[in-house]
Design a protein around this ligand. Structure first.
Ligand code: PHE
Length: 352
């Protein structure tokens, strides 16, 4: 008969159980002794071949070892679970004394900064800040500003036309009358090429005297370069009263430029042409004997514009101007490429 060393078996089992460091191995060890083909199970299976006396003796001994192995396994399992729990807590622990992560706070875009500064200066001179739509009708962008269809002056503004989603009345079911067709035509949509349409929009609803500025985005369908973008910002100005003159314009614009640039700035008025002003001029400015930069178109409001807005040109006169906000910002911050404003490059933006 094979001599079975129960004592040795127990010692071996205990050693192995103690050494395990995870539940999966522990399970394997348990099976090695007490699984279907486990070493202790095998002892039980062999009992029937023994004499009653030997069976009793070995059976009792094996039972004892079995219980001990079960006990030890349970103990070790508890320990391992406790260890796992501790590790998990350790991992999830929050150190409240650790210094916090600093949130990066953004800031306003240089064009927004400039726009706000410009608005403040004009507000302090009694101007209201008005805004108008970026999608404009052909009527307000052109016709109302004395730029009729097919007039060569339209070439001054390369336009992004929008496909009209408004349906032309179906001639079969309903013959459109002349005013319907005219109305449809004047509703042709575009991205405004300048902020001047807001002059008419505003005067339609407000009786002079008035003093407004209109900051806003404009669009031109043209090639880009260091001083041209397909989108840019303009600042429209409009002052209307009984007797407003070009001298008033010059005084106000000089005062504005002085406050905006905070240094002495030279300005130069050149005769120019715009269909909605008469006379018209172009304003160039330069700092410290630098290059002259064209920054503004301006002039005395054309009688046709008053008429388009429903005002009697005999009663009113005024001036209007349209300044490039990007250009003002470029001069102020010595930026040499307008495209930088629209590229979202943090190396540029972080400097403001
Ligand atoms: N709207 C003109 C432009 O975009 C500028 C302008 C505004 C000129 C007001 C005269 C008066 O070029």
């Amino acid at each position: 008969m094979v001599k079975i060393d129960l004592k040795n078996l127990k010692v071996e089992a205990r050693k192995e159980i103690k050494k395990t460091d995870n539940l999966k191995d522990l399970d394997e060890i348990f099976k090695k002794y007490l699984g279907k083909k486990g070493e202790i199970t095998r002892i039980f299976n062999s009992l029937k071949k023994l004499s009653p006396k030997e069976r009793k003796k070995l059976g009792e001994g094996a039972n004892l070892v079995k219980r001990e192995v079960e006990e030890m396994t349970k103990e070790r399992a508890k320990e391992l679970q406790e260890e796992l729990r501790k590790q998990k807590i350790e991992k999830e622990k929050i150190d409240v004394t650790r210094p916090g992560k600093k949130l990066e706070i953004g800031h306003l875009h240089p064009l927004t900064l400039v726009q706000r500064e410009v608005e403040e200066i004009f507000q302090s001179m009694g101007f209201s800040v008005i805004i108008g739509p970026e999608i404009e009708t052909e009527w307000y962008n052109f016709d109302a500003l004395n730029i009729p269809k097919d007039h060569p002056a339209r070439d001054m503004w390369d336009t992004f036309w929008l496909r009209n989603n408004q349906k032309i009345p179906n001639p079969k079911s309903q013959i459109p009358n002349k005013s319907q067709i005219l109305n449809f035509k004047s509703q042709k949509l575009l991205l405004r090429t300048h902020t001047s349409p807001v002059q008419v929009r505003y005067m339609e609803k407000h009786q002079p005297p008035l003093r407004i500025i209109v900051p806003g985005r404009c669009f031109r369908h043209e090639a880009t370069d260091a001083s041209h973008e397909i989108q840019f910002y303009q600042l429209e100005g409009l002052v209307v009263d009984k007797d407003i003159s070009a001298a008033n314009f010059k005084a106000i614009i000089e005062e504005f430029l002085k406050r905006f640039f905070k240094t002495d700035i030279e300005i130069r008025l050149r005769p120019s042409f715009f269909p909605f002003t008469e006379p018209s001029f172009e304003i160039d400015i330069r700092r410290k004997k630098g290059k002259w930069v064209e920054t503004m178109g301006a002039g005395m409001v054309h009688p046709k514009v008053f008429e388009a807005a429903g005002l009697n040109p005999k009663n009113w006169q005024g001036f209007a101007f349209g300044a490039g906000l990007d250009r003002l910002a470029m001069l102020k911050y010595k930026i040499n490429d307008i495209r930088l404003f629209y590229q979202g490059d943090l190396r540029f933006l972080k400097q403001f």
